[in-house]
Ligand binder design. Structure first.
Ligand SMILES: [Zn+2]
Length: 325
């Protein structure tokens, strides 16, 4: 059995999965990242977990490793801002992991990986131009243009989460104000809901913040809570408008929504679709579909990272076939 490993390195948790060419996840596990132990200890644990997974399956052959990490640079094979984890900047994680198992390794950021997962195994199969939006703690985006993942000069193309959606709006982790992800994300909708509820609440937003989640707001909206319904409407409006702008740059035929907040289904899908359509340049009216991903939010970056590896292996074998003829 031939598998590619997908590894999703996050600040608190790292997920590992083995995926065959058909997109079946044959094994999955997760470990605490514990970045403070240092990157060497982390990589050592990762290597041993992968070895354990290999041993747990019978006759498995690892052909490559796909890695997804924030600020993962495809061109350099590095995690650029590994300093966020207290690790050296530009950590050459592809070399370090690939050479240990003697297989090729590729890296991209998690949102780009999710887009490749949708292209190979998800709702974007056969679609050459689409944007995959991950609505999690922040808003990540991966762009596929003319059948290829759009990387940009350093692998950082597709940062739609930092489009300025509201001038002088909410402060963003990036140091600027009003970024799309401070509104259209699981954390953004909590803030919106709290603002709507402020008049009737005696708690300060920071007190409420720890208890309130996008999941709770979804439940409340389904039970008919007016502020929760309004929070989804506002979130969809801000997201739809910015997506309409993105469409005039990229002319995609599909927008895929995944990540935790997308699990709200129609609550987020319908207002996003409506406001997107209303704000489109007229030549694009009726040409863009918006769909919710069917891939589990928890596993989408792992599946996508492995998918990216499979894509690279396909390219290598196509190249070899061409040269042979
Ligand atoms: Zn920002």
């Amino acid at each position: 059995m031939i598998v590619a490993a997908g590894i999703d390195i996050g600040g608190t948790e790292t997920k590992i999965g083995f995926v065959n060419r058909d997109g079946d996840m044959l094994a999955f596990t997760n470990i605490a990242t514990n970045a403070e132990r240092g990157y060497k200890a982390f990589l050592k644990q990762l290597q041993s977990e992968i070895t354990v997974l290999i041993d747990s399956l019978s006759a498995v052959s690892l052909v490559g490793i796909g890695i997804a990490a924030p600020t993962g640079s495809y061109q350099n094979g590095t995690i650029e801002n590994a300093s966020n984890l207290g690790w050296p900047r530009n950590l050459p994680v592809c070399d370090l992991l690939g050479s240990y198992f003697d297989v090729p390794a590729v890296i991209s950021n998690d949102a780009n990986a999710a887009a490749v997962g949708e292209m190979l195994y998800g709702v974007a199969q056969g679609v050459d131009n689409f944007i995959c939006i991950t609505l999690g703690t922040g808003l990540g985006s991966g762009i596929v243009a003319d059948g290829k993942l759009l990387l940009g000069a350093d692998g950082h193309a597709g940062e739609l989460g930092h489009f300025i959606a509201v001038p002088n709006g909410r402060p963003c982790a990036c140091g600027r104000n009003g970024c799309l992800e401070t509104y259209a994300s699981a954390t953004g909708i909590v803030k919106t809901y709290l603002q709507l509820s402020e008049k009737i609440s005696t708690h300060t937003p920071s007190e409420n913040n720890s208890r309130l989640t996008a999941k709770n707001i979804t439940k409340a909206a389904l039970a008919g809570d007016e502020n929760a319904l309004k929070a989804f409407e506002i979130t969809g409006e801000i997201l739809g408008k910015k997506l309409a702008d993105a469409i005039s740059v990229l002319n995609p035929e599909l927008i895929v929504l995944n990540g935790g907040l997308s699990r709200a289904g129609d609550l987020i899908l319908l207002p996003t679709r409506k406001h997107l359509e209303e704000n489109l340049l007229n030549i694009y009216n009726g040409t863009v579909e918006v769909k919710i991903s069917k891939i589990s939010s928890k596993k989408s970056a792992v599946l996508g990272a492995a998918a990216f590896m499979w894509l690279k292996l396909d390219e290598v074998s196509e190249e070899a076939t061409k040269q042979h003829h």
